[in-house]
Ligand binder design. Structure first.
Ligand SMILES: NC(=O)c1ccc[n+]([C@@H]2O[C@H](COP(=O)([O-])OP(=O)(O)OC[C@H]3O[C@@H](n4cnc5c(N)ncnc54)[C@H](O)[C@@H]3O)[C@@H](O)[C@H]2O)c1
Length: 359
């Protein structure tokens, strides 16, 4: 199959995203002579059949290889594990010419990226995303960090990788539920910026995964290139569905609902608000719901309750002052941001997300 490369254009921090089969051998470090490589993966990943050859290759080609394994799952994205990883690098005397290679999903990528941003004030970093969500979203754009008990991703840094390698040969071992969770972000790209792409993915995951990933990262790369640090408001459009989604993840406890599943339900809430506030046609809101269902995603979570979710939404880190910055969609392919969502409409939206209100 063809190899595709999408570039994230950020002046001196520009980098390629390589997408295709059998790419890891071609693009993995050593990117520089005498590279010291810290290979960070979670326990699931290090047990996959394709991981051992990758580690072997690095053992042979790197001047020093430090393999580090963290427990799998969202609860690993914390300051304790971050500190342990930094200490391991220090004990192994990884120097400034060290390279961190993060192999895995968004948890490993976010965590390892924050280590790369922090250790010795920043060392090189290569992302090898192996979940669909990481391939289409978290590995691109430079947001790294960990969670606090007070909320998700509250500590972190913007730190762009030197390269992203999406090797499609790693995806077949991904559990179907995780694959579906990645499709939530794919459907989101269609909703916020690409109506034709929405059409392409709305009937369920299309067979050409390379095309799905290439289009998704192209959209993310363009947005990030124009608003790297979420300063102009452009990048915030990527948060469509995430305000309620993050609150669901937090109130349900990290790990019970996958990020993509929570975002899927969050997009239903955002679609409802878009309908009520901006006139998004009900037919389109229903199309969004159908697209998520066709992609094996939940569109309601029973038991969601306004009194429980609203305070969590209120401290969403994208808040402007005291107001939450909602990303809404007046029509497919376009978003607007608003801090004006009345309480009664938020109550309705949460009732829709809980399956208590039909639309
Ligand atoms: N940095 C960003 O811009 C950004 C964007 C979106 C999400 N995120 C973060 O990403 C995280 C979620 O990422 P995720 O959904 O990839 O979760 P994850 O990293 O927990 O991976 C999901 C599970 O799939 C397993 N896995 C991954 N690839 C596999 C493969 N090829 N074969 C078998 N098993 C595999 C992992 O071991 C894990 O158990 C969240 O922490 C979220 O906050 C970050």
């Amino acid at each position: 199959m063809h190899e595709k490369t999408v570039r994230v254009e950020l002046d001196t921090r520009s980098y390629p995203i390589h997408i295709g089969s059998g790419l890891w051998e071609k693009y993995l470090p050593p990117l520089t002579a005498n590279a010291e490589v810290a290979l960070i993966a979670d326990a699931n990943i290090s047990g996959q059949p394709w991981f051992a050859p990758l580690r072997e290759k690095l053992t042979v080609s790197a001047a020093k290889l430090l393999p580090l394994t963290v427990p799998a799952g969202e609860t690993t994205k914390n300051l304790t594990v971050f500190t342990e990883l930094c200490s391991a690098l220090a004990k192994a005397r990884i120097s400034r010419r060290g390279i961190i290679v993060a192999v895995g999903g968004g948890v490993v990528g976010d965590l390892a990226g924050f280590v790369a941003a922090s250790y010795l004030r920043g060392i090189a970093f290569v992302q090898v995303p192996t979940s669909l969500l990481a391939a289409v979203d978290s590995s691109v754009g430079g947001k790294t960090g960990v969670n606090l008990p007070e909320g998700k991703n509250l500590v972190g840094a913007f730190y762009q990788p030197d390269a992203v390698i999406v090797d499609l040969d790693f995806l077949p071992t991904l559990p179907p539920r995780e694959l579906a969770a990645g499709m939530a972000e794919v459907v989101k790209y269609g909703i916020i910026k690409a109506p034709n792409f929405f059409e392409y993915v709305k009937n369920g995951r299309p067979p050409d995964l390379a095309r799905v990933i290439e289009k998704s990262v192209s959209i993310k790369a363009e947005v990030v290139a124009n608003d790297e640090r979420e300063e102009t408001g452009l990048r915030a459009m990527l948060n469509f569905g995430h305000t309620i989604g993050h609150a669901i993840e937090q109130t349900a406890g990290y790990g019970n609902w996958l990020h993509g599943e929570a975002v899927s339900v969050g997009m239903i809430g955002a679609a409802w608000l878009s309908h009520r506030l901006l006139g998004l046609p009900l037919t389109v809101a229903r199309d969004i719901r159908a697209a998520l269902t066709m992609n094996q995603l939940p569109v309601t979570i029973s038991g969601l309750d306004y009194d429980q979710l609203a305070p969590v939404i209120a401290v969403d880190k994208k808040s402007t002052g005291k107001k939450v910055n909602w990303v809404l969609c007046p029509e497919l392919g376009r978003t607007v941001q608003s801090t004006e969502v009345p309480e009664d409409l938020l109550r309705e939206a949460i009732a829709v997300c809980a399956g208590r209100k039909e639309f």
